[in-house]
Design a protein around this ligand. Structure first.
Ligand SMILES: NC(=O)c1ccc[n+]([C@@H]2O[C@H](COP(=O)([O-])OP(=O)(O)OC[C@H]3O[C@@H](n4cnc5c(N)ncnc54)[C@H](OP(=O)(O)O)[C@@H]3O)[C@@H](O)[C@H]2O)c1
Length: 240
């Protein structure tokens, strides 16, 4: 049975959840992982109602044992790990000059260190058939910005770790890719989390969730002799 692992799953109307839904619909047994059990359970129930195969495992991306147990499940028995997606990474605003060291470190642990733990497990658990390992990036992956230094450094480091890994693992048939989401996503994190902001930019300024998921699916489907490392996605009105 081909399996997928998606970590960083929150509300149903969010990127982690919609990636899980899409790949479960594609016939992959999908391991849905996130910090909050209730969110994971809701996404799994939604997938199962549609007749697709999903298993929820509450996992903290920053904890080595937690990540390793997740991959134990995704590779147990006849399970063959085919796709792994690292989507964890909450934004952490704040000025570097005023920042508490613990705050900076916590941001790095989610945005970068967790990606390393996840990637190491994923590439070591894929079979000789290879597989796909994808990372979620942001505008923060590409450029530093005042008040976002912690997030910038974590996301930027994640991107370069992914690029190094792509070169290490390509010859083994493991396609490593990175999706730069350049702007706000039209999902619950923005629409429900910061409604005034969502209203101010309007629907035209929010990146279409299914369009983002299409980018991951595009990379997943690429043939071995035509791989893309990176795709960037933004709305037509984004200033970039
Ligand atoms: N939303 C945006 O506008 C936007 C824009 C550009 C890029 N991105 C990137 O897109 C990804 C998230 O997409 P989204 O905003 O739609 O959110 P989402 O995929 O709906 O939710 C992401 C979930 O990741 C979980 N998470 C956070 N830290 C974790 C950890 N240490 N271990 C396991 N799970 C963890 C959070 O769980 P809890 O609910 O428990 O905190 C959160 O609900 C992130 O990588 C983010 O940097 C987002």
């Amino acid at each position: 049975m081909k399996t997928a692992v998606v970590i960083g799953v929150g509300p149903l109307n969010g990127l982690g959840a919609q990636l899980s839904v899409r790949f479960a619909r594609r016939g992959l047994r999908t391991f849905v992982a996130g910090r909050t059990q209730a969110s994971v359970d809701a996404v799994v129930a939604h997938i199962q109602e549609q007749g697709a195969d999903a298993i929820g495992i509450a996992t903290d991306a920053r904890e080595p044992e937690s990540i390793s147990s997740l991959f134990d499940a995704a590779t147990a028995g006849e399970n063959e790990l085919t796709l792994a997606i690292y989507n964890a990474g909450n934004n952490t605003p704040g000025r570097i000059a005023d920042m508490d060291p613990g705050y900076f470190e916590a941001s790095w642990r989610t945005c970068c260190f967790g990606g390393f733990l996840f990637a190491q497990q994923a590439v070591n658990r894929m079979s000789s058939n290879g597989g796909t390992l994808l990372f979620t990036g942001a505008s923060a992956s590409m450029r530093g910005r005042a008040n976002f230094g912690a997030f910038n450094s974590g996301k930027g480091a994640l991107r370069l770790m992914a690029q190094a890994l792509a070169k290490e693992c390509g010859p083994d048939g493991i396609h490593v890719g990175h999706v730069v989401i350049d702007g706000p996503i039209g999902g619950d994190k923005i629409i429900k989390g910061i409604p005034q902001y969502a209203e101010q930019i309007g629907e035209a300024g929010l990146i279409d969730l299914q369009g983002i998921v299409d980018a991951y699916e595009y990379m997943y489907d690429q043939p071995r002799r035509a791989w893309t490392f990176e795709v960037d996605v933004r709305t037509s009105i984004e200033k970039w």
